[in-house]
Ligand binder design. Structure first.
Ligand SMILES: Cc1ncc(COP(=O)(O)O)c(C=O)c1O
Length: 401
C-alpha cells in the first residue's frame, strides 16, 4: 500500500531518552536479570492514603466534566498551600489546573508563542521540553550551562546572544531536572531582569520545589516579586505527593491576560480528571508539611548515598545535586548510549545490571551529552549502593571488552 502521510511535527518530536532503552531492560528482565532503574524519575514512595480514601469516597452519581480552570476547592487549597509556605497572596483565580505540569507547559507554548517563536532554555534540559517545543512549533533555543561550571547559569552576554525579536520567554527548571541544581534568589532576579529588559516571560517549572537539600530553603519564584505579571509558575503534584499517574499540575500566574488566553485552549480539552482533582484537594488540605519533610529527608539521604558511591567510580565526574532527584554525570567514554545498551544487553554482575539514561537526549547541542548520563535516585538506598557497584563493574568490563 502507498504510504499514508503523517505530520512532520510528530515525526520530528524526539522519542523519550528515558524510555528509549526500556525494551532492552525488559529483555534483560525476561532473562531473569535484576535491573536497577537509575533511568526514570518515578518515585517509589507510596502515594498518600488520604488520596486513595478520597477517591473511594467520591459518590456523585455522574462523573461530570469539571470547570476547565480546575476544581475550585483544589485551586483554593493549592493557593492556600503556597500562601502559607511561601508567603504569597494567590487566589483560586491565579490557577489553571492541568493534566500534569506537562499540559501546563504545552499551554504556555501554545498561548505565549506562535509557531516559529522562541523560548530560551538551559542545556542540558528536561527532555520533554524539546518535545513540547516540537509539538507546538516553538523553537527552543539552548544556552549551555554545563558540568564544567557546576551547571551555574550562563552570563548575561551568553543569554543575550540568543535573544531575537521572536523570543517570548526564558524557561527555567528549578530545582533542575536533569542536573539537580537549585537556583537561588539572585539567579531568578538575574533572569527576571533580562525578561524585564527585553519584555518577555519568565516561566519557572517548580515540579520539584519542595525537594531541596542541606540548608537550602524551598523557594517559589513568585516570592521575589509577588505581583509580577511576567512570572509564570508551572507546578505539579506528581513528584511532591508521588501522584504521577493522577496527572495533576497547574499553571499559576498573576497575569490575568495569560490566564484568560490559556483558558481558550483549556476549554477545548474540557477539563483535568474530575475525581482525581477532588482527591487532590483533600490530600493537599489534610497532609501537614511534615509529611513532605519526611520524603525530602529520604531523598537527601539517597542523594548522599548516590554521590558517595559515584565518587568511588574511577573516571566519573559528578556535581553534587542540591535538589530534585537527579544527577548528571560524565563518563570516561565517548558514547554513553552504547555503554547503556551494553549494560542491558551484554553485561550482568551476579545476575544484576543498571539502567541509566544517556545524556544525549537531555542536550540540545549536538555531541554535548554523548559522554554523560542522568541518574535518578528513586530507588532505595541499598539498591542505589549495589546498583552503582554493578555499574562500576560494567564500566570496567566495557573498557576491557
Ligand atoms: C522538570 C519536570 N517538569 C515537568 C514534568 C512533568 O510532570 P507531570 O507529571 O506533572 O506532567 C516532569 C516529570 O518528570 C519534570 O521532571
Amino acid at each position: 500500500m502507498k504510504r499514508i502521510l503523517l505530520s512532520n511535527r510528530a515525526r520530528f518530536t524526539p522519542t523519550s531518552p528515558i524510555r528509549k532503552l526500556a525494551k532492552y531492560a525488559n529483555q534483560a528482565k525476561e532473562k531473569g536479570v535484576k535491573v536497577y532503574h537509575f533511568n526514570i524519575g518515578q518515585p517509589d514512595i507510596a502515594s498518600p492514603s488520604v488520596f486513595y480514601n478520597a477517591m473511594k469516597e467520591y459518590t456523585e452519581p455522574v462523573i461530570a466534566y469539571e470547570d476547565s480552570r480546575g476544581n475550585k476547592t483544589l485551586r483554593r487549597t493549592w493557593a492556600n498551600y503556597l500562601n502559607t509556605n511561601y508567603n504569597l497572596d494567590l487566589t483560586e483565580d491565579n490557577f489553571i489546573i492541568s493534566m500534569g505540569a506537562s499540559e501546563a507547559l504545552l499551554f504556555i507554548f501554545m498561548s505565549c508563542c506562535d509557531p516559529g517563536d522562541e523560548v530560551i532554555v538551559f542545556d542540558p534540559t528536561y527532555a520533554n521540553y524539546i518535545s513540547f517545543g516540537a509539538e507546538s512549533g516553538v523553537d527552543l533555543i539552548p544556552v549551555l550551562s554545563d558540568l564544567e561550571n557546576n551547571f551555574t547559569l550562563p552570563s548575561k552576554e551568553e543569554i543575550e546572544k540568543k535573544i531575537t525579536n521572536r523570543t517570548r520567554a526564558i524557561l527555567l527548571c528549578n530545582p533542575n531536572n536533569p542536573t539537580g541544581t537549585v537556583y537561588d534568589e539572585n539567579d531568578i532576579k538575574f533572569l527576571l531582569n533580562i525578561c524585564e529588559e527585553y519584555n518577555f516571560f519568565l516561566v519557572v517549572d517548580e515540579a520539584y520545589r519542595e525537594y531541596v537539600y542541606d540548608s537550602i530553603k524551598p523557594k517559589c519564584a513568585l516570592e521575589i516579586d509577588k505581583d509580577n505579571p511576567r512570572i509564570i509558575i508551572i507546578d505539579s503534584l506528581s513528584k511532591r505527593y508521588s501522584l504521577c499517574g493522577a496527572r495533576l499540575g497547574a499553571l499559576i500566574t498573576k497575569n490575568q491576560d495569560v490566564l484568560s488566553t490559556v483558558l481558550h485552549i483549556a476549554q477545548a480539552r474540557l477539563c483535568a480528571p474530575t475525581i482525581e482533582q477532588y482527591a487532590a484537594a483533600k490530600t493537599i488540605e489534610q497532609l501537614p508539611i511534615s509529611y513532605l519533610e519526611k520524603i525530602r529527608k529520604e531523598y537527601q539521604e539517597r542523594r548522599d548515598v548516590l554521590y558517595d558511591a559515584i565518587c568511588q567510580v574511577q573516571g566519573i565526574t559528578a556535581y553534587k545535586p542540591e535538589g530534585a532527584f537527579y544527577m548528571t554525570v560524565q563518563f570516561p567514554i565517548d558514547n554513553v548510549e552504547d555503554f547503556a545498551i551494553y549494560l542491558l544487553t551484554q553485561f550482568s554482575y551476579e545476575n544484576k545490571t543498571s539502567f541509566i539514561a544517556p545524556g544525549a537526549g537531555f542536550y540540545m547541542q549536538n555531541g554535548k551529552g554523548n559522554n554523560k548520563a542522568r541518574l535518578a535516585y528513586c530507588i532505595n538506598k541499598d539498591d542505589i549502593k549495589d546498583g552503582i557497584f554493578v555499574l562500576q563493574k560494567g564500566l570496567e568490563a566495557y573498557k576491557n571488552r
